[in-house]
Design a protein around this ligand. Structure first.
Ligand code: ADP
Ligand code: MG
Length: 447
């Protein structure tokens, strides 16, 4: 479908023209008309398929074309799970709003609370926020959502994983106008936590699913290497990083400490490298992401704070130095490459400690991976015996439908200091709920 066929306001068409886009992606073609018709929506499509515009464009259209429900209140709120994604969505929104007089602000942890308060006093029409910090402002009565027309959750499932369910509920309650419309987006939406909160927040939603998170992403080549131990993993990573042409790469690790350690090591191998994790100050996080997005260094070593949503076209390779504990995260991590029609390569290094996660990912994706071997670096490890595997998987439920039966855990570790809280967004403050851990191995220092 062409963008000119949706019946968009001219200012929107002008913005899309500036971006150089003519044809809508599949998710856009399906989701935009539903959203423009005022329907609530549960929408999923693969990583890099243009979900951001699929919700921002109808949001803009509604604001441009209809009268506000209240004179002062914010009209559109976009919630996202991490600060890095909040910044990215906000910059896209700013670009779109440049052709209009409508205003917007970004509300996220790690930034000055009072500055945000001042921004909120200007009654922005649009807010992009991470949930924890926004709830702090709600409690302080710095922001009112009574007239909110559109509530959007991007990476909706991740938000719930991070223990933001209560924050999302508080926002839902504060934004209770009967004409409010609600949109959920993600590449992976079919989990029971999502349906529970979707039932609470969405009214008779349309469902638009273009493929599933577990469908094979044709633009991403997956490669798997079995590894015996840490040194072996490092040797294989070095071989892979140095043995091919890499525009930019992201290496994902399980722990914050590993990001720094590995980044130093990769730097020594001759590639310019920086680490990103939730222990860094917000200023440092911004600096790392900005310079990576500008192509100023080659390799970003990160925890899962970079796994969702980040759209950097020159990421040609993704490496899972450790496999994620939640199978969906595999889809999101590897989806940092192969975006908007480009090709990408994803490498997963599977050691004995990763084996059960690896098997759970195969179950989730309904796909078997063949492993590759590098001459001279052949692994002795060939996987755990099926009996042992079955026993362990039975003890610890895999990341599939079996979650249904596991009790919800509540959010832990929320900071009491709401003015200097740099913990309430992203992965920083929360241990992932135990129910999603599918391995007894403790990686420590989990974000
Ligand atoms: P997702 O949220 O589905 O992972 P994004 O919204 O981040 O994907 O979009 C991925 C990339 O595709 C972005 O760089 C975006 O600018 C680009 N894009 C979005 N819509 C279109 C389109 N209709 N045509 C071409 N590129 C697009
Ligand atoms: Mg996205």
């Amino acid at each position: 479908m062409l963008f000119t066929e949706f019946g968009f306001d001219n200012r929107i068409l002008a913005s899309i023209g500036h971006m150089g886009f003519e044809e809508a992606t599949e998710i856009q073609s399906r989701a935009i008309p539903e959203a423009m018709a005022g329907r609530d929506l549960l929408a999923s499509s693969k990583t890099g398929s243009g979900k951001t515009l699929a919700y921002l464009l109808p949001a803009l259209h509604r604001v441009y074309k209809t009268r506000a429900l209240s004179k002062r209140d914010t009209r559109v709120l976009v919630l996202v799970p991490t600060r890095e994604l909040a910044k990215q969505v906000y910059s896209q929104l700013r670009l779109l709003l440049a052709t209009s007089h409508y205003t917007s602000t970004l509300i996220q942890g790690g930034e000055n609370f009072n500055d945000q308060h001042k921004q909120l006093q200007k009654n922005p029409h649009f807010i992009v926020a991470t949930p924890g910090r926004l709830v702090d402002h709600l409690k302080q009565r710095n922001v009112f959502l009574d007239g909110l027309e559109l509530l959007i959750l991007d990476e909706a499932d991740r938000m719930l994983d991070l223990g933001f369910a209560e924050a999302v509920r508080a926002i839902n309650t504060a934004a209770s106008h009967r004409l409010r419309q609600t949109l959920f987006f993600s590449a992976t939406l079919d989990n029971t936590d999502v349906s529970e909160i979707a039932n609470e927040l969405l009214k008779d939603p349309s469902r638009v699913a273009i493929g599933q998170g577990y469908d094979e992403h044709k633009d991403i080549d997956q490669h798997v290497y079995l590894c015996d131990h840490l040194d072996h993993k490092q040797d294989i990573l070095k071989h892979l990083l140095l043995g091919q042409t890499i525009k930019q790469a992201i290496v994902f690790t399980a722990t914050k400490n590993d990001t720094a350690r590995l980044a130093e090591m990769i730097e020594e191998w001759g590639l310019s490298t920086q680490a990103l994790n939730g222990n860094l100050s917000q200023a440092a996080r911004n600096k790392v992401m900005d310079s990576f997005a500008k192509g100023q260094f080659d390799v970003l070593v990160s925890t899962d704070i970079a796994s969702r949503g980040l759209d950097i076209a020159s990421v040609s390779h993704v490496f899972n130095f450790d496999l994620p504990k939640q199978a969906e995260e595999f889809v999101h991590r590897t989806g940092r490459t192969g975006r908007a029609g480009f090709k990408g390569d994803a490498y997963s290094l599977v050691g004995p400690k990763d084996w059960l996660n690896f098997k759970a990912i195969e179950v989730f994706l309904q796909r078997k991976f063949e492993s590759d071997v590098i001459e001279g670096m052949e692994p002795k490890f060939k996987g755990l015996a099926p009996a042992k595997e079955a026993h362990k998987l039975k003890k610890a439920p895999a990341a599939d439908k079996s979650r249904k039966t596991v009790k919800k855990t509540s959010r832990k570790g929320a900071s009491k200091d709401r003015f200097h809280d740099n913990k309430q967004d992203g992965f920083d403050a929360f241990k992932l709920p135990a129910k999603r851990f599918i391995t007894p191995v403790d990686h420590g220092d989990e974000e």
